[in-house]
Write a protein that binds this ligand. Structure first.
Ligand SMILES: *[C@@H]1O[C@H](CO)[C@@H](O)[C@H](O)[C@H]1NC(C)=O
Ligand SMILES: *[C@@H]1O[C@H](CO)[C@@H](O)[C@H](O)[C@H]1NC(C)=O
Ligand SMILES: *[C@@H]1O[C@H](CO)[C@@H](O)[C@H](O)[C@H]1NC(C)=O
Ligand SMILES: *[C@@H]1O[C@H](CO)[C@@H](O)[C@H](O)[C@H]1NC(C)=O
Ligand SMILES: *[C@@H]1O[C@H](CO)[C@@H](O)[C@H](O)[C@H]1NC(C)=O
Ligand SMILES: *[C@@H]1O[C@H](CO)[C@@H](O)[C@H](O)[C@H]1NC(C)=O
Length: 791
């Protein structure tokens, strides 16, 4: 059969012989090899394929792409022949057909896993200079039955021998490599890097460039190597993120030639990169290849214009470094970054060696109306404070140094709040000036960044604070009344003690005097005594007693007992009830008592004037008793009836008799005492026998005063206010003139008193209380010891 086949071709053979150039003819005659080629051409690859029914479609494709003649004249090639079933799409291009032919003849046994074969499909310059055949890769499957794959196709049968090459039967038409970008994009595990390539527009080069090698990190590698905010930084415009991303991507790219894994030598070597800094590559004994410590997990992914190796790590070139500036960008505090740059504060966020704690509101919480040059420095704390360095109620020093603080650093209050969460973890919640920190702080260089949920405002004007606080309204009034507003507001680097309203209430009638125009000078002294000539934060106050100076040069002592801090004043201490309110000029502490300077000289006269006891003062003058009001060495208590009380008596009549008037007034004067208790008796200036008795007022609370031996409830005078003088004397304001005279109305009142008394007995019986009993008893007693004023 073979013989007849050859004979049938004889005429063509002769024709070829005649038409061949003499040299070729001569060569083929002379060389045995040439002669054998000639002979074998009688059973070419085409012949083998044609004689096999499995390849009818392949033959058709070869005919359609006009490759029959070409294939017939190839020598020592390998042909991967897809079976008919492989031709889903009958229109196979000439390029694809050429991709099925390898330049060498490789027997099935010679194939090995990972082997790269060079095909006859050539695209000018794509894989190097000139015409270089596109590659295809051999892969061995893992299973028991070793299956061999060529690219996407499985070898069904090996080693169909033709005279001009060998044929391996495959089950699919081989797919020609795509450009590197398309190849990368087809793998989901490389999604992140592809995104980066597109962002940096390196994708164009990857797609259209020639002879490139890409070491592509997987998504996992990128996620492992870079923190979320670092990745966020890379993909933003802020701080040069995209520029760094470009360097990062170029560092994984080699464009000089195509480096297949087989060409990487044993041991360590370096591969030049587009970015400039070479990549460290290492091939070990087991043929594992590492790039920047990352294993190549998928090698030799073929692309039309190069090769791709998938790496389990990404290495950043040294040219890329992070600083607070870049981190802030990645942490979405770009508006804060813009403010730092605008106010020339670059050094705070770019110096890696300088220790700072940076507080940055996230963009959503950034308030442009608050942020200014000063506010921006208020967001930088001197020194690096990790969460573990922060303590509750601590005050940390910021970079804000103002003239109002005499260039001292403004401070920020720290709150640290550990909370037990439902998942059993204790989380620490940190706040700066009450503003919550979002998430965990981020360290970079010697700095640390806390992201805030609000823009911090530097502490404001002290009066603005005082006016906001309801409990400081009396203090505000005092500042205005004393004309001390400018001093309080503009004194620099001071401490201000602001007494509560209750503190002013405790001063009693003194407050009325101090707020009276005549009290202005004294009030000024009082206010000055509430200001220290330096800012004293409670954390800086030592245990025990320590001395400070007021702005007036007076000495003031503070006492610390554990966490309790108070100011020492003449009559005890004023406890600080709210400490360390930061102000633009220093610090303010709220105290529960008014601090009266020791030099303050409050007299009876001043108090009477302060409460507007004009009639009383006038009567003192008429009775020639003014001396008592001025400043007696011996302290007295004056019971001063209100103006209303005086309206009920005939003053004209009273003034006409100075002697009588003097007796009346002297009934209103007792020696100084602190002893206001039920039943206490005091001699008056009138006589030792004319005594006043103190009674509790069960209706209003507080105390009443009655003339001893004169028993009408209705004639008791209620003490409505007290004010102390410098030496222990006092004015007690009372609502009645003590005037123990009988008149007809008195009798009626006695009856009223009787009824009330009876009621009190009832109260006594039902409650068993002692006070009612007292009143009842006193009512029953006969009056005694009364010396009538009028004769
Ligand atoms: C990844 O590469 C970087 C840079 O070369 C290296 O510092 C890091 O240790 C590597 N990571 C791993 C997991 O090997
Ligand atoms: C960075 O900070 C350090 C430490 O505060 C300082 O010594 C150095 O001069 C600073 N560098 C620059 C460039 O400002
Ligand atoms: C406060 O005043 C005292 C006494 O006049 C003075 O010795 C001290 O230096 C002053 N302190 C400040 C911070 O001005
Ligand atoms: C002095 O202290 C006593 C007792 O603490 C108090 O009753 C009195 O009102 C105080 N005096 C002044 C002027 O604050
Ligand atoms: C008033 O009292 C003073 C001494 O207390 C006395 O010198 C003076 O004469 C008196 N004046 C009248 C008008 O009684
Ligand atoms: C007050 O007393 C004077 C003199 O005794 C008398 O003239 C006058 O009418 C009295 N006034 C009243 C309102 O009773």
């Amino acid at each position: 059969m073979k013989l007849t086949g050859r004979l049938s071709l004889l005429p063509i053979f002769i024709l070829l012989f005649i038409l061949s150039p003499p040299s070729l003819l001569f060569d083929s005659l002379r060389s045995p090899q040439a002669r054998s080629d000639f002979a074998e051409a009688t059973k070419t690859i085409i012949d083998v394929l044609s004689s096999d029914e499995r390849f009818t479609k392949l033959i058709q494709s070869l005919q359609r792409t006009q490759l029959i003649y070409y294939v017939n004249h190839l020598k020592s090639v390998t042909f991967f022949a897809p079976v008919n079933e492989a031709f889903e799409n009958p229109f196979i291009t000439k390029e694809t057909m050429l991709y099925h032919i390898c330049q060498q003849e490789i027997k099935g046994e010679e194939l090995y896993d990972g082997q790269l074969l060079t095909t006859l499909y050539k695209i000018s310059d794509k894989l190097g200079e000139g015409e270089i055949g596109q590659k295809e890769r051999v892969d061995f499957s893992d299973g028991d039955e070793r299956e061999i794959y060529i690219g996407n196709a499985k070898i069904l049968e090996k080693n169909l021998q033709a005279d001009n090459g060998i044929i391996h039967v495959i089950d699919k038409v081989l797919e020609v490599p795509m450009d590197a970008l398309t190849t990368l994009s087809s793998l989901d595990q490389l999604r992140l890097f592809v995104k980066y390539l597109r962002m940096t527009r390196l994708s164009d080069h990857i797609e259209n460039g020639n002879h490139i090698t890409v070491f592509v990190p997987t998504n996992d590698a990128i996620n492992h190597q870079f923190k979320s905010y670092e990745k966020e930084y890379f993909v933003g415009e802020c701080g040069g993120g995209l520029r760094d991303l470009d360097l990062l991507a170029k560092h994984q790219l080699h464009s000089d030639n195509v480096i297949y894994s087989s060409s990487i030598e044993r041991g360590s070597s370096k591969i030049e990169t587009e970015q400039g800094e070479p990549l460290d590559v290492e091939r070990d004994e087991g043929n594992n290849i590492r790039v920047a410590n990352g294993l190549i997990t998928l090698k030799d992914l073929l692309a039309e214009n190069g090769v791709i190796h998938v790496v389990s790590n990404i290495s950043a070139p040294r040219e890329i470094f992070f600083n607070a500036h870049k981190y802030l960008c990645g942490l979405r505090a770009t508006k804060m970054v813009a403010a730092f740059l605008k106010y020339d504060h670059k050094h705070y966020i770019e110096n890696l060696t300088a220790p700072y704690t940076i507080l940055a509101p996230q963009n959503e919480y950034y308030d442009d109306s608050v942020m200014g040059r000063e506010a921006s420095t208020y967001h930088i704390i001197e020194g690096k404070y990790k969460v573990t360095d922060l303590k509750d109620n601590m005050f940390v020093k910021t970079e804000l140094k103002t003239k109002k603080l005499l260039n001292h650093r403004q401070r920020t209050k720290v709150s640290v709040n550990p909370k037990w969460e439902s998942d059993g973890v204790t989380r620490v919640y940190v706040r700066f000036n009450g503003v919550s920190v979002m998430g965990e702080p981020v360290e970079i260089g010697n700095s640390i960044i806390y992201i805030l949920s609000k823009t911090l405002s530097p502490p404001g004007d002290v009066m603005a604070f005082a006016m906001r606080e309801k409990q400081l309204s009396a203090f505000v009034s005092a500042v205005y009344a004393s004309d001390m507003l400018p001093t309080v507001q503009t004194s620099e680097w001071v401490t201000i003690f602001a007494p509560t309203n209750n503190a002013f209430v405790k001063l009693g009638l003194l407050t009325s005097y101090l707020l009276h125009p005549d009290g202005r000078d004294d009030l000024r002294d009082v206010v000055e005594y509430h200001m220290l000539n330096e800012s004293v934060y409670t954390e800086d106050i030592p245990q025990g007693e320590s001395s400070y100076w007021t702005i007036d040069g007076a000495s003031l002592k503070m006492i610390r007992d554990g966490d309790k801090i108070s100011v020492k004043i003449a009559n005890g201490t004023a406890t600080i009830v709210q400490s360390d309110v930061l102000t633009s000029t220093g610090v303010l502490h709220v105290v529960e008592s008014v601090q009266l300077p020791p030099t303050l000289h409050i007299t009876l006269g001043k108090i009477l004037k302060g409460i507007g006891a004009n009639t009383m003062m006038e009567l003192f003058k008429i009775a020639n008793l003014s001396e008592i009001l001025d400043d007696p060495m011996e302290p007295f208590i004056v019971l001063s009836p209100t103006e209303d009380a005086f309206k009920k008596i005939n003053i004209t009549k009273m003034s006409s008799d100075p002697e009588l008037l003097s007796r009346l007034l002297r009934l209103h004067i007792i020696p100084a005492t602190d002893d206001l208790v039920e039943g206490a008796e005091f001699p008056t200036l009138l006589s030792n026998n004319a005594k006043l008795v103190v009674r509790r007022n069960i209706l209003h609370g507080g105390y009443d005063i009655e003339v001893k031996g004169y028993y009408s409830l209705i004639d008791r005078a209620r003490i409505t206010g007290t004010g102390r003088t410098w030496n222990g004397g006092a004015v007690y304001e009372i609502d009645k003139v003590l005037l123990p005279e009988h008149n007809s109305a008195q009798v009626g009142m006695m009856f009223f008193g009787l009824i009330v008394g009876t009621l009190l007995v009832a109260v006594f019986i039902t409650t068993g209380g002692g006070l009612g009993y007292h009143h009842y008893r006193q009512y029953q007693r006969r009056r005694a010891g009364y010396e009538p004023i009028s004769s």
